[in-house]
Design a protein around this ligand. Structure first.
Ligand SMILES: NC(=O)c1ccc[n+]([C@@H]2O[C@H](COP(=O)([O-])OP(=O)(O)OC[C@H]3O[C@@H](n4cnc5c(N)ncnc54)[C@H](O)[C@@H]3O)[C@@H](O)[C@H]2O)c1
Length: 692
């Protein structure tokens, strides 16, 4: 065995050279790895006894991607053309032997080889799109030549890995070898290459699949249509389609040049910066400063849910999906039946779409135990309360739970706003109480705010964070305050939106600005969807807001066919002349001189106060880090990932600029805009939220 460098070595098995990469944890395609491959192939080529070369990885995976910490930094190590010249352009057949995940640059490197063998559990993919990038080492030019254009577009645009079986069908791998015997399988394949004198198969020279697609622009139109909604606003997505189209329209080398340029052009964009930031933010979010990874956790084998309404049903589904039995308790049979029927209907709909089998539906429903008696929760390891948002009712439930729940059981509230410490005070075990704030629809939305009470024990926090991961959520630790992180910041935006429509904008003006910014809908469309009558009652209505007036008129949102908008049968929203008149009359009655309000002002008024509130949240220690706040907004409210979250957006604009604008607004409109001290100090020190 010869060491090529610190992470690569070369061995000879008769006339076959084996280059092994060993760069834990994931053999990322760093400068060292690239150098090792280039030099290893050169040495093997120089050795006249060698007739074929295998590139294989030690550890748990093949090269799992580029080394993204290198992006945007000065280039070092073997360049892409050098790697290509050594592998594809070399004089001896090179075989990539693949296990684990061959992703991004790793997958591309394997496509520079003449052949690929893999174990059945291997996965392949191009996750670049998720970082606001496109493959930059030939992926968009080589994959279509192997798999055909449609398959390549699917892989490149979705960013989702595909299986070895799929890879074999698409012609991406030449053969699958026995699981756990990759090296032997690759050696046997190399033997065959040598003995049967298989040619040096360069993907760059394969043309039949490209020719089939030539002149069929409708393939690209179709994909643009299909993904239009999902990828609205994403620059890299358009660039990726164009790159694949180049593979068809241009000679290989020209297509490569353009792909590389497009990749390099995307790296410094705000979108790619934002998406790479989010990639790291999603990993940091699980780290809790004073709750180390080795904190003991409690087993959660059975979950109780109280309340089978909108939230209780969705919350239960998360656990049923993960194979954890759920006991769900209601106060009345009718409400219980309704809740259980909704769960079943959701599963049936998923089954109709082919994403669950009928047997899966029955398995999940079989794990659900509905009842009317709180006592049936006595053997649950975790009990989540999702009853009405009312402190007295919640305290009453927790008082009872305290008597029923077994020692060591975790008691959680799904409250949206209420004080978790006060709820905990109704029990004799506040150390076992915390908030688990799910987002609606709770079986779909990825965010879970884990609300840490003043007395919540560390193992309880560790357990719930771990459980969040298990049920496919992204858990964000937050502190007790009104609305926690997400709703507390949302309140800022909603307040400004309401003010703006009195001062001169219409609801659809505000919504359009927010939608164009990239959120799935604006504040008024969102209110219509949720229902305007949340927290409203005819008895206490004071006609003091537009919202109250609309409720009085039975315009309570989408469910009544009208709210801030008018809705047709398909629930398409149309600006409402009735609402316009209500707003104008209301403003006149209040003596407000309406003015024309620019799109810029709408955006700044809605978003800068959110950034300011985020700064206060950080100051008060209600979130651990600015990036956690961004994770909340991306996963709970549809903040566009290519804008990185409100705090990242604040960094991008610059804390000094946000501060100056807030001060200007404060001067004309008062204390709603008073800047947080943290924002002042960041601006003064020329630092960003990311630097905290
Ligand atoms: N709807 C949302 O978007 C949303 C999002 C996050 C959190 N939340 C919070 O979740 C909680 C529930 O909200 P929801 O929208 O599901 O309300 P909901 O009215 O749809 O459901 C509440 C259910 O609780 C039942 N219930 C009331 N008291 C009970 C008791 N003592 N024992 C057992 N069941 C009881 C009711 O019969 C009802 O079915 C609230 O605290 C709310 O703030 C709601």
């Amino acid at each position: 065995m010869t060491a090529i460098n610190a992470v690569t070595d070369l061995t000879r098995e008769g006339d076959i050279a084996v280059i092994t990469i060993n760069s834990p944890p994931v053999n990322a395609l760093s400068a060292d790895v690239r150098n090792g491959i280039r030099d290893g192939v050169q040495q093997a080529t120089a050795d006249t006894a060698v007739k074929a070369i295998i590139v294989i990885c030690a550890g748990r995976t093949f090269i799992a991607g580029a080394d993204i910490s290198e992006f945007g930094k000065p280039a070092k190590g073997a360049t892409l053309p050098e790697l290509q010249a050594a592998l594809e352009g070399g004089s001896k057949p090179v075989i990539a032997a693949i296990h684990g995940t061959a992703l991004g640059g790793g997958f591309e490197m394997s496509l520079m080889c003449h052949y690929r063998v893999a174990v059945p559990s291997a996965k392949f993919g191009f996750p670049e799109i998720k970082l606001g990038l496109i493959p930059g080492a030939g992926g968009t030019q080589r994959l279509p030549r192997l798999s055909g254009v449609e398959a390549a577009l699917e892989a490149i645009l979705s960013g989702t890995p595909f299986s070895a079986k799929q890879a074999l069908e698409w012609g991406v791998v030449d053969t699958l070898v026995e699981e756990g015997k990759l090296r032997d399988g690759a050696l046997a394949f190399a033997r065959k290459v040598i003995d049967t004198k298989m040619p040096l198969r360069k993907i760059r020279d394969l043309n039949d699949k490209i020719e089939t697609a030539r002149g069929h622009l409708e393939i690209f139109d179709k994909i643009r249509r299909e993904y239009a909604r999902k990828y609205r606003g994403f620059e890299a997505w358009q660039v990726a389609i164009r790159a694949v189209q180049n593979a068809i329209d241009l000679p290989f080398d020209e297509g490569m040049k353009r792909e590389r340029q497009a990749f390099l052009d995307l790296i410094p964009t705000a979108q790619s910066q934002a998406q790479r930031y989010v990639f790291f933010a999603e990993r940091k979010v699980w780290k809790i400063a004073d709750v180390p990874d080795d904190t003991p956790t409690l087993p959660i084998n059975k979950v109780g849910v109280i309340g089978a309404g909108t939230m209780g049903g969705g919350i239960s589904m998360n656990f049923l999906n993960a194979g954890i039995p759920v006991t769900i308790v209601e106060t009345a049979q009718a409400a219980l039946d309704r809740g259980v029927a909704t769960i079943r209907r959701n599963y049936d709909n998923t089954a109709k779409k082919g994403r669950l089998t009928a047997a899966d539906v029955e398995t999940r429903m079989g794990l659900l135990d509905p009842g009317l008696n709180l006592d049936s929760l006595s053997d649950c390891d975790l009990i989540i309360e999702a009853v009405f948002e009312n402190m007295d009712i919640k305290k009453d439930v927790f008082r009872k739970l305290d008597k029923i729940a077994k020692p060591g059981a975790i008691l959680a509230s799904n409250t949206s706003y209420l004080n978790v410490d006060e709820i905990a005070s109704a029990t004799s075990r506040p150390d076992y109480v915390l908030g688990m704030h799910f987002f609606s629809p709770a079986n779909v939305m990825r965010l879970l705010e884990v609300v840490r009470g003043a007395k919540t024990a560390k193992p309880v926090i560790a357990t719930v964070m771990q459980l969040a991961r298990k049920i496919g959520k992204i858990g964000v630790l937050v502190g007790v305050c009104h609305g926690f992180v997400g709703n507390r910041m949302l309140a800022q935006r909603q307040r400004e939106a309401q003010k703006l429509i009195l001062e001169g904008a219409m609801p659809w003006d505000v919504d359009r600005v927010i939608y164009d910014f990239g959120l799935p809908m604006g504040p008024f469309a969102m209110s219509d969807l949720a229902g305007l009558d949340i927290g409203w009652s005819k008895e206490t209505s004071k006609f003091s807001t537009i919202r109250e007036i609309l409720c009085e008129l039975d315009r309570r949102g989408q469910k009544t066919g009208a709210g801030f908008y008018d809705y047709d049968e398909q629930r398409n929203a149309k600006p409402s002349p009735v609402v316009e008149k209500i707003i104008l009359d209301f403003a006149a009655k209040k003596g407000i001189n309406r003015r024309s309000i620019s799109n810029d002002e709408i955006l700044e008024r809605c978003i800068y106060p959110m950034i300011n509130e985020g700064a206060k949240i950080i100051e008060e220690g209600k979130a651990q880090r600015a990036s956690d706040i961004d994770i909340v907004w991306i996963n709970g409210y549809g903040w566009p990932v290519y804008r990185g979250g409100p705090m990242f957006y604040g960094d991008l604009i610059g804390p000094d600029k946000v501060l100056a604008k807030l001060k200007e607004f404060e001067g004309t409109m008062g204390a709603d805009f008073t800047p947080a001290p943290l924002l002042e100090s960041l601006a003064a020190e020329k630092r960003r939220f990311q630097d905290l």
